[in-house]
Design a protein around this ligand. Sequence first.
Ligand SMILES: NC(=O)C1=CN([C@@H]2O[C@H](COP(=O)(O)OP(=O)(O)OC[C@H]3O[C@@H](n4cnc5c(N)ncnc54)[C@H](O)[C@@H]3O)[C@@H](O)[C@H]2O)C=CC1
Ligand SMILES: O=C1[C@@H](O)[C@H](O)[C@@H](O)[C@H](O)[C@H]1O
Length: 335
Amino acid sequence: MTVRIGVIGTGMIGRDHTRRIAQVLAGAEITALSDYSTDAARKVQQDLVPAARVHDSGEDLIAAADVDAVLVCSTGATHEPYVLAAIAAGKPCFCEKPLATTAEGALRIVQAEVAHGSRLVQVGFMRRYDAGYRMLKRVVDNDIGTPLMVHAAHRNPTVPDSYGTPMAIHDTLIHEIDVLRWLLDDDYVSAQVVFPRRSSHAHAGLRDPQVVLLETAKGVRIDVEVFVNCRYGYDIQCQIVGEEGLANLPEPMTITLRKQAHLQNEILMDWKDRFIDSYDVELADFIKAAAQGTAAGPSSWDGYVAAITSDACVQAQDSGQIVPITLPDRPALYR
Ligand SMILES: NC(=O)C1=CN([C@@H]2O[C@H](COP(=O)(O)OP(=O)(O)OC[C@H]3O[C@@H](n4cnc5c(N)ncnc54)[C@H](O)[C@@H]3O)[C@@H](O)[C@H]2O)C=CC1
Ligand SMILES: O=C1[C@@H](O)[C@H](O)[C@@H](O)[C@H](O)[C@H]1O
């Protein structure tokens, strides 16, 4: 079966996912596009999928008879109503992170999916599909004994002026929030945020860098440096310290160059290049499950937990205090 997919939101990542479904992956085709800016949708149609239909609204696209499954790639604050509409239509839905911008919104999605009775939603936490993180998970599960501490860093070279201090959590740290609880098979119980000396490259509305301190139910202590004006590259670091050993996330593959008395390795500058393979693998997983009318991978529950944790971290940014994190019971659908 070829899964007929509609894409809502044809900005940077919507365009890129359209390209990979149309040109890289097997088993699916793009039959529909929609964007708040119809011009943006038409441009992607012309460039990549001329046979796809451009719809006036995301709701029309979800209801269309030639759409079996939906990709929600619009801005974060618009995700919730589209995901709820896809669940109401019984159509598998891949939703870019965040699932919703509030924990209440994410909970409404969890409740709708539970009422539907089977998985329909996959959240775009692509790091779980990254070859390096998968290797790291195997090592954490088998080779370093009980995990005790995690030291991580999420560095972007620069961010636009529209990127404010809470976005360091909702937009950036959210990847670590998800991937670390997956790596450790654990949940968070508290969050604190501390601010080192501010970088002079940060614009007026942004406190950068920041260090987020998380504690898990099993007692693991985590520090994540979020530094989005680091200038030198797009750099993701993760080190897990266990009772019997220590494991580092591998660096992206690169040529080691010896030239003019220097030994050099290139550092990537763009998140699109850093995780390009994992985006392919996550969407292949979505297509495979959607062909069966269901969803796999990171769930609505994972999106909800990430939203609760993000909210606690933003509260911690504001208060400077340690903020407790409490999760409700996990519904049977997600166990
Ligand atoms: N998994 C990952 O690594 C990444 C995920 N993302 C996520 O993907 C989403 C989109 O990000 P970008 O493509 O970078 O943003 P973007 O700003 O390039 O594109 C967003 C698009 O959504 C459209 N849009 C806005 N409101 C809409 C509405 N109500 N209905 C339909 N379309 C609407 C805009 O016109 C724009 O074309 C965000 O949630 C972001 O967090 C973005 C980058 C990387
Ligand atoms: O998801 C992403 C962006 O939306 C976000 O703005 C960046 O900070 C992250 O590094 C990238 O992975």
